[in-house]
Unconditional design. Structure first.
Length: 273
């Protein structure tokens, strides 16, 4: 996040223009063209309000790309929601797919946008994992068919280890290495503001079915884990059979040497007679 701050400053973007007080490692707030708000989160998600899509894509894929620790340009995901500002409202909410922002005070408006943006960033990160799991299933979809036909699995140990590692990484990103499954991100616990921001965050989660999607993703991973277990079991059986044949061959070679030794001894004995 320090790199993000440095790049934004070098391009003339103001940081934390409304003095929300959030740490840079929690969320970075700035403004772009048309005074549109921009929020960058540690997950690598960028959420923009009132900015053209081409400007947002340029910012995410070019300007801020050097700040990415492990850029995955092939795994971009977009979430689009409409929003309206109502200067008569104190609070904000989501109605269907439209975010209603109360704009009586600028700071409260920005804080509400941070809360909604955090929920959107969570959904986008989840969409990335959903796409990655879809690709995982695509690479292993022939396994159930081969098993149902009683065919041998044409995979080696390297393939099995690779797929097991991919699955473990996916599960870790979902349940351990991110805030996807947390009921409330740390930035709201640490906030000095008490404006019910967690309620806005929860509203986004319900609107985008985040809880259901997380449950579905974990269930799919359980199924993928069964496939991985079958691959490991099959590979273990192949390895065991291979070892058995090696043992049989070694025994056969030893017997051959013993028979040859006895044949030579009998031949020498006959000559001596």
């Amino acid at each position: 996040m320090e790199a993000v701050s440095r790049i934004l400053r070098s391009h003339g973007f103001p940081l934390d223009p409304d003095d929300t007080g959030f740490e840079a490692d929690q969320v970075i707030h700035t403004r772009g063209v048309n005074n549109g708000d921009i929020f960058v989160f540690p997950s690598g998600s960028l959420v923009a309000w009132s900015l053209p899509e081409d400007v947002v894509m340029d910012l995410a894929t070019k300007t801020l790309l050097p700040a990415a620790m492990n850029p995955q340009m092939s795994q971009k995901e977009l979430e689009n929601l409409e929003y309206e500002e109502d200067p008569k409202r104190d609070s904000s909410s989501i109605r269907g797919d439209v975010i209603m922002i109360g704009t009586k005070t600028q700071v409260d408006t920005t804080l509400a946008k941070i809360a909604f943006s955090s929920g959107l960033a969570r959904s986008t990160k989840l969409a990335v994992l959903e796409t990655m799991l879809g690709k995982y299933f695509e690479s292993t979809r022939m396994i159930p068919t081969l098993l149902s036909k009683g065919s041998r699995l044409p995979f080696d140990r390297r393939f099995m280890l690779q797929k097991t590692g991919e699955l473990l990484e996916l599960r870790a990103q979902l349940n351990h290495y991110s805030e996807l499954t947390d009921s409330l991100p740390d930035l709201f616990w640490d906030s000095r503001h008490d404006l019910g921001l967690e309620g806005y965050y929860d509203q986004v989660g319900r609107a985008l079915d985040v809880g259901v999607r997380i449950k579905t993703l974990n269930e799919k991973m359980d199924y993928a884990q069964e496939i991985a277990s079958i691959m490991r079991q099959t590979l273990s059986e192949k390895h065991s059979i291979h070892l058995e044949w090696i043992i049989i061959i070694l025994i056969a070679v030893e017997v051959g040497f013993e028979l040859r030794r006895e044949w030579k001894e009998r031949k020498i004995a006959k000559k001596a007679e």
